[in-house]
Design a protein around this ligand. Structure first.
Ligand code: NAI
Ligand code: MG
Length: 355
């Protein structure tokens, strides 16, 4: 039976880059075109315009019945003045919630040819190939909160970092599994010298180690990890951490390579996974045909690996992208004064490298 992929192009450059990824997927399945079926649905600003809702009921039903979801990006100035629940970003949050995705995975890889785009010294950025896994549905962003006022100290505000063993276990499991498929090294990041929630996190990781004897595990404090990410990034393979730490570290890691246009992501739960580039809808270049499609194409590769049981085809897409970058082909965001190619030409090149 065909695997069902729901496509949510969204707004701005979203439709262009999702179209690119679909062309690449069709090429990598040219020997078995019946293996994938694609269904387009609406999310974000375009969905608000047409249905009044950023995450329409029809889209919800479709993603829940799918095997995986590939998203472009949502948002744009046109919808920025709307009320909170009718903003494109509200659609994205509702989508993630509906899918129950609790592990956000962001691989960061330094391509030799793009190293001049990195803010790091060449010898530091060289060889970076790491994966950050951020817990996405627990921790301080979702814990108990309170606002109040006291007579002596004025106003107060409280946020709570709360984790259950079950929440820790399921995301750390993704970390072990990913490490097993990569270089076999897992770094668990916490603040166990101060926080109780981190001590529990550490206990659960140590408990799970026995089942993954092929993976080496280390615990690193979050402040130290932040430092190592920009001094010795090549030492990392898979990093797994809680929500707040992961939010910060994944943005820090994203700048290592200097180009958000090439970075993919996956958000995984126990049902269909959600795959999207890390960048937004880039309204400043929408409609110009110059958006970098590689982040979305690499997200499609992650989808083949993590949701559709097609790891070899995922490898082929990643190798094709690496070859195209190696040849020196660049879209405008990577060009830095050099000659650049269109979204279409970049996509054609990936397809040619696959064929
Ligand atoms: P952005 O990521 O859309 O753009 C930042 C800068 O990077 C812009 O100069 C843009 O042209 C460039 N850029 C981004 N992706 C690119 C690509 N594939 N190729 C070439 N250049 C690229 O972030 P910004 O400007 O802060 O947000 C724009 C809109 O996107 C807002 O409405 C925001 O809310 C939304 N957004 C949506 C996200 C999502 O759907 N997951 C994530 C982040 C922002
Ligand atoms: Mg962030």
């Amino acid at each position: 039976m065909a695997k069902r992929v729901v496509l949510l192009p969204g707004d701005g450059i979203g439709p262009d880059i999702v179209a690119s990824a679909v062309r690449v997927l069709r090429q990598v399945f040219s020997d078995r075109p019946e293996a994938l079926s694609f269904q387009y649905h609406q999310l974000g600003g375009a969905a608000i315009d047409e249905t009044g809702q950023p995450f329409p009921e029809e889209t919800r039903a479709a993603v829940l019945a799918s095997d995986a979801v590939l998203l472009g990006a949502v948002g744009g100035p046109k919808w920025d003045q709307g009320p909170g629940h009718l903003r494109p970003e509200a659609g994205l949050l509702a989508l993630r919630k509906a899918l129950g995705v609790y592990a956000n995975m962001r691989p960061v890889r330094a391509y030799e040819k793009l190293l001049d785009a990195s803010p790091l010294r060449l010898d530091v950025a060289k060889g970076v190939d790491l994966l950050i896994i951020r817990e996405l549905t627990g921790g301080i962003y979702f814990g108990e909160r309170e606002r109040g006022e006291t007579a002596s100290a004025g106003r107060f505000a409280k946020d709570t970092m709360y984790y259950t063993e079950m929440e820790i276990r399921r995301v750390v499991k993704k970390g072990f599994e990913a490490a097993r498929d990569r270089k076999g090294h897992l770094t668990s990041v916490d603040k166990a010298n101060v926080l109780d929630s981190s001590r529990l996190w550490r206990e659960v990781v140590d408990d799970m180690k026995k089942d993954y004897s092929d993976v080496t595990v280390e615990h690193v404090l979050v402040d130290s990890c932040a430092m190592h990410l920009v001094t010795r990034p090549e030492r990392f393979d898979v990093i797994v951490t809680e929500n707040l730490f992961g939010d910060i570290l994944s943005d820090e890691a994203a700048v290592l390579t200097g180009s958000i246009g090439v970075l993919p992501s996956a958000s995984l739960g126990d049902g269909p996974g959600l795959y999207e580039p890390i960048h937004g809808s880039a309204p400043d270049i929408a409609g110009k045909g110059i958006a970098n499609p590689l982040g979305t194409i690499l997200s499609a590769a992650m989808m083949l690996r993590h949701s559709l049981e097609e790891p070899e085809r995922a490898d082929r897409i990643e190798e094709a992208v690496a070859r195209v970058i190696d040849k020196g082909l660049r879209t405008a965001d990577l060009a830095r004064g050099r000659e650049s190619v269109s979204t279409q030409a970049m996509t054609d090149a990936v397809i040619a490298a696959l064929a």
